[in-house]
Design a protein. Sequence first.
Lengths: 292, 292
Amino acid sequence: MNNIQSCLLLIDGGGSGARARLCTIDGEVLVTGNGGPANLSTDFAAASANLHALAQSVYQQAGRPTSCWSQDYAYVALAGAGASTKRQNLINSFGFKKMQLATDVDVTLAAALGTEQDGLVAMLGTGSFFVWRNQGRVRRVGGWGFILGDECGGAWLGREVLRATIRAYDDVGPRSELTAQMLDRFEGTPKAMVPFARDAHAADFAKLAPLLVAAYEKQDEVAVEIFDRAVDMLCESIGAAADVPGQHLCFLGGLGPTYQKLMPAAYQAICHTAKGTALDGAYWLAQKEFAL
Amino acid sequence: MNNIQSCLLLIDGGGSGARARLCTIDGEVLVTGNGGPANLSTDFAAASANLHALAQSVYQQAGRPTSCWSQDYAYVALAGAGASTKRQNLINSFGFKKMQLATDVDVTLAAALGTEQDGLVAMLGTGSFFVWRNQGRVRRVGGWGFILGDECGGAWLGREVLRATIRAYDDVGPRSELTAQMLDRFEGTPKAMVPFARDAHAADFAKLAPLLVAAYEKQDEVAVEIFDRAVDMLCESIGAAADVPGQHLCFLGGLGPTYQKLMPAAYQAICHTAKGTALDGAYWLAQKEFAL
């Protein structure tokens, strides 16, 4: 691979890990790889070390020396990249011919819609956020973490199930198979939920979401109430289906397909699958950015 | 005081401190004092040390040697006392003639209603809980902490204000003077709220509640929406005013008076002030318990 004049390194990184693709300028995939967490705002030193290790690893697999970085391009999309004050430090530490740092929101949008299509992306994973593109203008809502926001995401759903379980236990909310199941997980009383809730991270609450989805499929009363409320909140966040730019709505994330099926028909009618993966999105953005 | 045959020590303790009263069997107050936190479930060793220090201090102030404990009575109401497995250890460590360990819920009920009156106590402080007494039967709702419950308490209100501020910032909820004021506290963006929310304890969120109360008094749109929702939840937790035992409703805690004024007229019509303080409640319970 030493004889290829210029290559393009694509990275999509976040709090739980990073994915990389080394490809030719034309997009031919040479090598892919996975690395450690890379959230620039949370821990710059760790993110930088993980990104260097990942880049070196894919170059080594491709048999291309890292001395080629000075003639190669890199497009790196990272959670927390927008807020970081050390963007330039990271870019300088690599020494690529050209390197662009983008955010996870940028690549999510590109992956879902490509680089031109107007539309709205609803990302529903552990957290949640919404991004609109309308004639080149981009607007984001949400993504502030599940304590104060991230409504309808997995962590939010998990916490709502525990709340409903406590209200059922206290006899001020309905009991169901789901609330009984949750109580069983916590030794039959809310007492053990209190320290769990105090120490739990978003991912811990989100682990309860699949139980809720399964209960919804059985039309469990409590699960239906929570999802009805979640869908109302989604519609409020998204706005009217008629106002979605380009009539192009794309649900992403682990809970994306679940919510898509639950939305009112007017929204379902304008749903489209994503144009590609996050690394595809990074490639399309890199093509534009570097005029490849 | 050495010549009084038997005295009665009353203590009301919780996570933020403890209050004590040494009195005669007839209730004549000899000495009062304050001590450190005493939540049996959270930290037994610290609670035990603080309670011993407090008891010794009031006995010393009263000029009564602690050797009199063997002929004295103690009624000690502590947060977390219900769940603790070390109740008997604590009782044995003092060596009173008779000592009763009760919970903060027991004394709250006695303070609000006395020991006989049927009624409902709504405790609205940093957290929230509700206790009914109906012909001797006691039922509790809430008090599970603000992450999963404690609806309408100060911590819950503080978090709701931040949520509403983020929704206003994202332009999916109404803006108001209150949301502008909260944004100002956090450098104009929700970014600084995210680490605050991650690290905040209930008391930190509760510190925001007075701003919300002040905004409500000016009929701030967002404050009104949050309190309307809170009052709806309160009515749901309390049940219909017609069903309140003895038609006797008592609002306690720092937010008690605020909520009492906001409740629908049917509830306000059956509101009564508390019969006494927590230490009064402890005295009435001690009289019954020890048949004094």
